[in-house]
Design a protein around this ligand. Structure first.
Ligand code: GLU
Length: 379
């Protein structure tokens, strides 16, 4: 197992945007429901991170356990529909608890229910990204949980780890912190072998970790180390590092972000742009073409700027917001490919129009760019 020779604090030096995932095991008790003390503790740490200048997004479970308590169920039900009902009831309590604990620190909160499918769909993905980006700009803490009413991945697989990783990709966050009830990834199974030691730092892509994750964590099934390692690899795809650490240790979130030697740091081995742009360039099919005037084509090609409608001369193909389009120079040569913020119908109305005049041409004005430079790959 190759330890990566990096100083933690150096690896985390440029971190600004953080997704924090907290699992049910840390927050709830089967009989007592949500632990307000734990929620107060994590809220205080999140608020402290914001004071230090970080942007934070929280992915939190805990609804099912709280719902069971509120419904007077002393044991976790077995059927998916009962679990879904408990989640819906308990979600009220979860939202309430974060709202009041974070407001004690003068932080606003927002509740967002998502499914994996929401993020696989390009249009919903862009909408979720715009909303979350807006919330961060407003200094509000988004609290995300799986939408258990319509999806049951977390109920069945304990899979808010994956959701947190997808949110990390969505927001191009720099760091994913997964707080759990074990100290991190262990180099051997502590239940069967003496002297098991925590893996302090490794590359997320290191394949020798797979064996450790499946055998060594002491957790089985739901939300175990396998899903955490997979989540770290997903996060690495957009350039984010992941720390898996115990949420039972005082101030572990602050320490994890500080680069203290706790938990396991899984280092992303790709830079965010390369990963994201590789994804745009490689995985999707273009649905339409935008032909630019010479000035706009040069600006996109030489300066990597966002594509504005004012530089578009012609549009062809049928596409929706979030679809991949090719970007052509006046000679028809493909210069770039990217994700369109507007449908082909809208682009037909907006071509040649300045961003500030969009409202005169279409009903719903979103982003000022047709293709944001983060979603644009030069070809
Ligand atoms: N998303 C659910 C929750 O917040 C699922 C967790 C579980 O299955 O216990 O409670």
């Amino acid at each position: 197992m190759s330890d990566v020779p990096v100083q933690r604090s150096a690896a985390l030096k440029n971190v600004r945007r953080i997704v924090v995932k907290v699992g049910s095991a840390l927050l709830t008790d089967p009989v007592a429901g949500l632990s307000r003390n734990k929620i107060a503790d994590y809220s205080a740490q999140l608020s402290e991170l914001m004071t230090r200048g970080y942007e934070v997004v929280l992915v939190s479970s805990g609804a099912v356990a709280e719902g069971c308590k509120r419904l007077g169920w002393r044991i976790r039900p077995e059927t998916v529909h009962e679990l879904q009902a408990a989640a819906a009831v308990g979600q009220m309590g979860l939202a309430q608890a974060y709202e009041s604990e974070l407001s004690a620190h003068d932080r606003g909160t927002a509740m967002i229910m998502l499914t994996h499918e929401d993020l696989a769909d390009r249009e919903r993905y862009l909408n979720a990204r715009a909303t979350l980006g807006q919330l961060l700009e407003l200094g509000v803490v988004p609290v995300i949980n799986e939408n258990d009413t319509v999806a049951t991945d977390e109920i069945r697989f304990g899979d808010n780890d994956t959701l947190a990783a997808l949110v990390t990709n969505l927001l191009a966050a720099d760091l994913l912190v997964i707080l759990t009830d074990v100290d991190g990834l262990m180099d051997r199974d502590p239940r069967h072998q003496d002297g098991a030691e925590r893996v302090t730092t490794a590359a997320a892509a290191d394949t020798s970790l797979d064996q450790l994750a499946s055998g060594g964590s002491g957790e089985l099934g739901r939300g175990g180390m396998v899903t955490k390692l997979r989540a770290a690899r997903l996060a690495a795809r957009s350039g984010a590092h992941t720390v898996i650490a115990s949420g039972l240790v005082t101030d572990s979130l602050l320490d994890a972000v500080d680069g203290a030697d706790i938990g396991t740091l899984l280092v992303a081995d790709m830079t965010p742009m390369t990963a994201r742009k590789r994804w745009i360039a490689g995985q999707l099919r273009a649905r339409g073409d935008l032909q630019l005037d010479a000035g706009a084509a040069r600006a996109v090609k030489d300066r990597g700027v966002s594509l504005l409608a004012v530089g578009v001369q012609a549009v062809s193909g049928q596409f929706h917001r979030g679809d991949v389009v090719r970007i052509l120079d006046p000679d028809g040569v493909v210069v770039a490919q990217g994700l369109s913020n507007y449908s082909s119908e809208d682009v037909a109305r907006l071509k040649g129009v300045r961003s500030e005049d969009f409202a005169e041409h279409i009903a719903y004005v979103g982003e000022p760019e047709l293709v944001h430079r983060d979603n644009l790959v030069l070809m």
